[in-house]
Design a protein around this ligand. Structure first.
Ligand code: CA2
Length: 155
């Protein structure tokens, strides 16, 4: 008799860049009142619905962010990243995301196109399958849905 073997859930790594640990503590007019812990809870709830596992992390260090992206190779099935200011400045982060060859969705809570001109361009977008901005913390849940769909579609 064949017994059902439970399928291993795909891993999606959710990466957060510099200063996002301050979420909810300063500038609620731009970023809202939710803290980064609230964002993690929202992502965990979305992950349950989507039947995926997430690894949710934040760092202020560019090198650490690059290393975490590199570690995704062979371990994760996709990446959701809010690179924060490094999105606008870091070619190193872009190179790491291109090298890892995984589906990437970039998230910004604010609508970066309605803000200062220096926020309109992001290097990370060149490695991303899609970019979500302006939807607040809900953008993370939409990004997880998009990556989960890509993993399912592409086997
Ligand atoms: O809208 C976003 O999610 C951003 O990635 C947030 C970054 C900003 O540099 C990007 O242009 C857009 C800033 C993250 C810092 O977040 C703070 C939150 C509260 C208080 C201070 C900073």
């Amino acid at each position: 008799m064949l017994s059902a073997v439970p399928m291993k859930r795909p891993l999606i790594v959710v990466l957060n860049g510099p200063n996002l640990n301050m979420l909810g503590l300063r500038q609620p007019d731009i970023y809202g009142a939710a803290t980064l812990d609230d964002v993690e809870q929202l992502c965990l709830q979305a992950a349950e619905r989507l039947d995926v596992t997430i690894d949710f992390r934040q760092t202020n260090g560019e090198g650490e962010l690059v290393s975490w992206v590199q570690e995704c190779r062979g371990r994760a099935s996709g990446i959701v990243i809010n690179p924060a200011a490094y999105g606008h400045t870091s070619i190193a982060l872009l190179d790491a995301l291109l090298a890892v060859e995984l589906p990437v969705i970039e998230v910004h809570m604010s609508n970066i196109h309605r803000r200062e001109a220096f926020r309109h361009h992001t290097y990370v977008s060149q490695a991303a399958r899609g970019v979500i901005c302006g939807l607040g913390i809900r953008g993370y849940a939409h990004a997880l849905q998009a990556v989960a769909d890509m993993i399912e579609d592409e086997g």
